[in-house]
Design a protein around this ligand. Structure first.
Ligand code: GRF
Length: 190
Protein backbone atom coordinates (compact mmCIF):
# COMPACT_ATOMS: atom_id res chain seq x y z
CA UNK A 1 0.00 0.00 0.00
CA UNK A 2 1.32 3.42 -0.94
CA UNK A 3 2.12 5.67 1.98
CA UNK A 4 0.21 8.92 1.88
CA UNK A 5 2.22 11.98 2.78
CA UNK A 6 1.33 15.52 3.82
CA UNK A 7 3.84 18.37 3.99
CA UNK A 8 3.73 21.18 6.57
CA UNK A 9 5.56 24.41 5.70
CA UNK A 10 5.43 27.95 7.06
CA UNK A 11 7.26 29.94 4.42
CA UNK A 12 8.89 29.59 1.03
CA UNK A 13 8.37 25.88 0.56
CA UNK A 14 11.37 25.04 -1.61
CA UNK A 15 11.66 21.65 0.14
CA UNK A 16 7.95 21.08 -0.41
CA UNK A 17 8.45 21.76 -4.12
CA UNK A 18 11.29 19.22 -4.41
CA UNK A 19 9.17 16.63 -2.61
CA UNK A 20 6.04 17.34 -4.66
CA UNK A 21 7.93 17.09 -7.94
CA UNK A 22 8.98 13.55 -7.08
CA UNK A 23 6.24 12.13 -4.85
CA UNK A 24 2.46 12.39 -4.78
CA UNK A 25 1.64 14.78 -1.94
CA UNK A 26 -1.87 14.41 -0.56
CA UNK A 27 -1.90 17.99 0.69
CA UNK A 28 0.30 20.79 1.97
CA UNK A 29 -0.58 22.71 5.11
CA UNK A 30 0.69 26.16 6.00
CA UNK A 31 0.22 27.96 9.29
CA UNK A 32 0.54 31.26 7.39
CA UNK A 33 -2.18 32.20 4.96
CA UNK A 34 0.14 34.28 2.77
CA UNK A 35 3.10 31.85 2.66
CA UNK A 36 4.72 31.39 -0.73
CA UNK A 37 4.43 27.61 -0.34
CA UNK A 38 0.70 28.00 -1.11
CA UNK A 39 1.51 29.54 -4.50
CA UNK A 40 3.92 26.68 -5.20
CA UNK A 41 1.17 24.21 -4.29
CA UNK A 42 -1.25 25.85 -6.68
CA UNK A 43 1.33 25.82 -9.48
CA UNK A 44 2.00 22.12 -8.85
CA UNK A 45 -1.67 21.22 -8.51
CA UNK A 46 -1.28 20.02 -4.92
CA UNK A 47 -4.27 20.63 -2.61
CA UNK A 48 -3.48 23.04 0.19
CA UNK A 49 -4.90 24.18 3.51
CA UNK A 50 -3.92 27.21 5.54
CA UNK A 51 -5.02 28.41 8.92
CA UNK A 52 -3.27 30.22 11.72
CA UNK A 53 -2.84 29.50 15.41
CA UNK A 54 -4.22 32.96 16.27
CA UNK A 55 -7.54 32.00 14.67
CA UNK A 56 -8.09 29.40 17.41
CA UNK A 57 -8.73 29.59 21.12
CA UNK A 58 -5.44 27.86 21.86
CA UNK A 59 -2.86 25.44 20.46
CA UNK A 60 -4.93 22.42 21.48
CA UNK A 61 -7.80 23.57 19.25
CA UNK A 62 -5.41 24.46 16.43
CA UNK A 63 -3.73 21.07 16.55
CA UNK A 64 -7.08 19.29 16.91
CA UNK A 65 -8.01 20.82 13.53
CA UNK A 66 -4.73 19.53 12.12
CA UNK A 67 -5.32 16.03 13.47
CA UNK A 68 -8.81 16.04 11.89
CA UNK A 69 -7.30 17.04 8.56
CA UNK A 70 -4.66 14.31 8.75
CA UNK A 71 -7.26 11.73 9.79
CA UNK A 72 -9.65 12.73 7.00
CA UNK A 73 -6.91 12.24 4.43
CA UNK A 74 -5.62 9.06 6.12
CA UNK A 75 -2.07 10.41 6.14
CA UNK A 76 0.69 7.91 6.92
CA UNK A 77 3.58 10.33 7.14
CA UNK A 78 3.72 14.04 7.99
CA UNK A 79 6.77 15.74 6.49
CA UNK A 80 7.71 18.96 8.24
CA UNK A 81 9.68 21.15 5.86
CA UNK A 82 10.23 24.60 7.29
CA UNK A 83 7.23 24.31 9.63
CA UNK A 84 8.20 26.89 12.22
CA UNK A 85 6.11 25.66 15.13
CA UNK A 86 6.88 23.23 17.88
CA UNK A 87 4.66 20.17 17.54
CA UNK A 88 2.53 20.14 20.67
CA UNK A 89 1.10 17.23 22.66
CA UNK A 90 -2.21 17.14 20.74
CA UNK A 91 -0.63 16.51 17.37
CA UNK A 92 2.21 14.45 18.77
CA UNK A 93 0.03 12.04 20.73
CA UNK A 94 -2.04 11.35 17.61
CA UNK A 95 0.81 11.07 15.11
CA UNK A 96 4.06 10.30 17.00
CA UNK A 97 6.19 7.94 14.94
CA UNK A 98 4.61 9.33 11.79
CA UNK A 99 6.12 12.85 11.77
CA UNK A 100 9.55 13.69 10.37
CA UNK A 101 11.41 17.00 10.19
CA UNK A 102 14.31 18.40 8.21
CA UNK A 103 16.82 20.53 10.05
CA UNK A 104 19.56 22.55 8.32
CA UNK A 105 22.42 21.45 10.61
CA UNK A 106 24.08 18.24 11.74
CA UNK A 107 22.08 17.48 14.89
CA UNK A 108 22.66 17.49 17.80
CA UNK A 109 24.78 20.42 16.66
CA UNK A 110 22.89 23.72 16.28
CA UNK A 111 19.25 22.85 17.01
CA UNK A 112 16.61 25.58 16.91
CA UNK A 113 15.32 28.09 14.41
CA UNK A 114 18.69 29.43 13.19
CA UNK A 115 20.73 26.32 12.48
CA UNK A 116 22.54 27.74 9.46
CA UNK A 117 23.39 31.09 10.98
CA UNK A 118 24.44 29.56 14.29
CA UNK A 119 26.83 27.16 12.54
CA UNK A 120 28.22 29.99 10.43
CA UNK A 121 28.77 32.26 13.43
CA UNK A 122 30.44 29.43 15.36
CA UNK A 123 32.99 29.21 12.53
CA UNK A 124 32.64 25.46 12.03
CA UNK A 125 34.58 23.74 9.24
CA UNK A 126 31.47 21.76 8.35
CA UNK A 127 27.81 21.67 9.21
CA UNK A 128 25.12 19.54 7.59
CA UNK A 129 21.51 18.54 7.22
CA UNK A 130 19.49 16.13 9.37
CA UNK A 131 16.16 14.39 8.96
CA UNK A 132 14.76 13.07 12.21
CA UNK A 133 11.62 11.74 13.84
CA UNK A 134 9.74 14.41 15.74
CA UNK A 135 9.40 14.10 19.50
CA UNK A 136 8.38 16.61 22.16
CA UNK A 137 11.74 18.41 22.15
CA UNK A 138 13.12 20.94 19.70
CA UNK A 139 15.10 19.00 17.07
CA UNK A 140 15.81 16.19 19.54
CA UNK A 141 14.08 13.21 17.93
CA UNK A 142 15.84 10.12 16.65
CA UNK A 143 17.98 10.81 13.60
CA UNK A 144 16.92 9.01 10.42
CA UNK A 145 19.67 10.25 8.15
CA UNK A 146 22.14 13.11 8.05
CA UNK A 147 24.75 14.43 5.68
CA UNK A 148 27.76 16.67 6.20
CA UNK A 149 28.15 19.93 4.28
CA UNK A 150 31.57 21.61 4.33
CA UNK A 151 32.15 25.29 4.80
CA UNK A 152 34.56 26.29 2.04
CA UNK A 153 37.32 28.87 2.48
CA UNK A 154 35.71 31.44 0.17
CA UNK A 155 32.15 30.85 1.38
CA UNK A 156 29.90 33.71 2.34
CA UNK A 157 26.92 32.93 4.52
CA UNK A 158 24.83 33.00 1.33
CA UNK A 159 26.91 30.41 -0.55
CA UNK A 160 27.12 28.30 2.60
CA UNK A 161 23.35 28.49 3.00
CA UNK A 162 22.77 27.58 -0.66
CA UNK A 163 24.97 24.51 -0.32
CA UNK A 164 23.01 23.43 2.75
CA UNK A 165 19.74 23.84 0.88
CA UNK A 166 21.09 21.79 -2.05
CA UNK A 167 21.93 19.01 0.41
CA UNK A 168 18.37 19.23 1.78
CA UNK A 169 16.92 18.81 -1.70
CA UNK A 170 18.77 15.49 -2.11
CA UNK A 171 18.31 14.21 1.42
CA UNK A 172 14.53 14.61 1.73
CA UNK A 173 13.69 12.52 -1.35
CA UNK A 174 16.30 9.90 -0.33
CA UNK A 175 14.74 9.51 3.10
CA UNK A 176 11.21 9.33 1.71
CA UNK A 177 12.28 6.53 -0.64
CA UNK A 178 13.96 4.72 2.27
CA UNK A 179 10.79 5.06 4.35
CA UNK A 180 8.87 3.34 1.58
CA UNK A 181 7.07 6.32 0.04
CA UNK A 182 6.40 5.50 -3.61
CA UNK A 183 7.51 8.00 -6.22
CA UNK A 184 5.16 9.51 -8.77
CA UNK A 185 4.37 7.15 -11.61
CA UNK A 186 6.06 8.04 -14.87
CA UNK A 187 3.56 9.07 -17.51
CA UNK A 188 3.37 5.93 -19.64
CA UNK A 189 1.82 7.84 -22.56
CA UNK A 190 4.86 10.04 -23.07
C1 GRF B 1 14.88 24.65 5.48
O1 GRF B 1 16.23 25.07 5.57
C2 GRF B 1 14.57 23.62 6.52
O2 GRF B 1 15.65 22.81 6.84
C3 GRF B 1 14.24 24.49 7.71
O3 GRF B 1 13.53 25.57 7.17
C4 GRF B 1 13.94 25.79 5.82
C5 GRF B 1 12.70 25.78 4.98
O4 GRF B 1 12.94 26.22 3.67
N1 GRF B 1 13.54 23.72 8.71
P1 GRF B 1 11.82 26.04 2.57
O5 GRF B 1 10.54 26.68 3.10
O6 GRF B 1 11.65 24.58 2.29
O7 GRF B 1 12.31 26.80 1.36
Amino acid sequence: MNKKIAVFASGSGSNFQIIAEQFPVEFVFSDHRTAYVLQRAQDLGVPSYAFELKEFEDKVDYETALVELLDQHQIDLVCLAGYMKIVGPTLLSAYEGRIINIHPAYLPEFPGAHGIQDAWEAGVAESGVTIHWVDSGVDTGQVIKQVRVPRLPDDTIDTFESRIHEAEYSLYPEVLRELGVAEKQANLLQ
